[in-house]
Design a protein around this ligand. Structure first.
Ligand SMILES: Cc1cc2nc3c(=O)[nH]c(=O)nc-3n(C[C@H](O)[C@H](O)[C@H](O)COP(=O)(O)OP(=O)(O)OC[C@H]3O[C@@H](n4cnc5c(N)ncnc54)[C@H](O)[C@@H]3O)c2cc1C
Length: 330
């Protein structure tokens, strides 16, 4: 013990300038866990990981799809529904209560450093032992002015998730904008809620197979070419210019696909599916050790409950894998 003290004393006196000791003391620590994305998945993971007493930083770009939900009515536990923004704000508070540090910063790159990761943002670089990606997807929008888009979304004139809110358009006049099988499947799905469904196909007849066209006919789903110009709000309707003229709908569902935000993972060499989703095992581990993924960025049901479930699994796997690298003791 004495020898150690002497050595340390000699070492300190050799590097005895204030600046050097200062640098030594502020040498960057390696933190346990970075979570990228503070939506339904990222914040659930943050609550779990922070409650495992792991040092957690959450980086977020600030455009969670969950936060854009005017009122979710299928999320269990809220019989009167809850706005997405309120749900996300509550989860923020819960994560921070247990010590998660949340930064409003986009991660621009992820590098490997031995077994660790370097998270790169516009303002700096931080080293972490493990990273959980919860970066979600971004829906492709139809042609509509940005302010009208947000207003239409808030009024329920524009909707992106038939599984979530198809119930709310029961017996309403529904438009689906989408080509090929994607548009067909969404229109077919929504036919369960209303007899009045129109499929608006962006390019004339694009990609619909003969069988699909026949099914649309049998189910009474109209098919028109369009949109031929910008969508606009008219009171309680959304107007879609089509080859058959301007059509007014109670709700329109764009089925135009989405951008999967898996770029950080694929740049690092993690396996992704053909459509760009991050491939994970049953414990949400990606093909890169120490890198986990949960939520919409992983292929599955794009729902809050599913994102939360995956995040709980990912956070627990992350904790258990970390415990094999260093003892997690109090
Ligand atoms: C209009 C609408 C209504 C919906 N209604 C419902 C509903 O009623 N019920 C339901 O269960 N689901 C609903 N959903 C789906 C639900 O919103 C998603 O399934 C859920 O938000 C997925 O959570 P997530 O954490 O994977 O992604 P998100 O909640 O989208 O969060 C992803 C986060 O990652 C961040 N991010 C991305 N890249 C980076 C980066 N490089 N650096 C830092 N941060 C980054 C983004 O800024 C974002 O905050 C709806 C979706 C929409 C669009």
């Amino acid at each position: 013990m004495t020898a150690v003290r002497v050595d340390l004393h000699m070492w300190l006196s050799r590097f005895g300038t204030k600046g050097r000791i200062g640098n030594f003391c502020t040498m960057p620590r390696i933190r346990d866990c970075a979570i990228i994305g503070a939506g339904a998945a990222g914040l659930t993971a943050a609550i779990y990981v922070a409650r495992f007493h792991l040092e957690t930083t959450v980086f977020d770009g600030g455009d969670s799809r969950a936060a854009s939900i005017p009122r979710t009515l299928n999320h269990a536990g809220f019989p009167e529904g809850i706005s997405g923004a309120d749900l996300i704000a509550r989860m923020h508070r819960q994560a921070m209560r247990y010590g998660a540090h949340i930064e409003r910063q986009r991660v621009i790159r992820l590098d490997r450093a031995g077994e660790d990761f370097i998270v790169v943002t516009e303002t700096g670089e931080t080293r972490f032992r493990s990273v959980l990606l919860a970066t979600g997807v971004v829906n492709h929008r139809p042609d509509i002015e940005a302010s009208s888009h947000d207003r239409a979304l808030a009024q329920g004139l524009l909707r992106y998730c038939p599984i979530c809110d198809g119930y709310e358009v029961t017996d309403k006049r529904i438009g689906v904008i989408g080509a090929g099988s994607h548009g067909f499947k969404e229109a077919y799905f929504l036919r369960m809620y209303s007899r009045d469904v129109t499929l608006i196909v962006p390019e004339c007849g694009s990609g619909l197979e003969a069988g699909e066209r026949e099914t649309l006919g049998k189910l009474g789903i109209r098919q028109v070419d369009g949109p031929r110009g910008q969508l606009r709000i008219d009171g309680t309707h959304l107007i879609v210019p089509t080859a058959a003229g301007e059509l007014a709908f109670d709700s329109v569902y764009p089925a135009l696909g989405s951008k999967i935000c898996s770029g950080l993972a694929s740049a690092l060499g993690a396996a992704t599916s053909e459509d760009g989703c991050i491939i994970v095992d049953a414990h949400q581990r990606t093909s890169i050790a120490g890198l986990y993924a949960a939520g919409d960025v992983v292929r599955g049901l794009d729902q809050i409950s599913h994102a939360m479930g995956e995040a709980g699994v990912a956070a627990t796997a992350l904790r258990n894998d970390l415990a094999e690298r260093r003892a997690l003791l109090r």
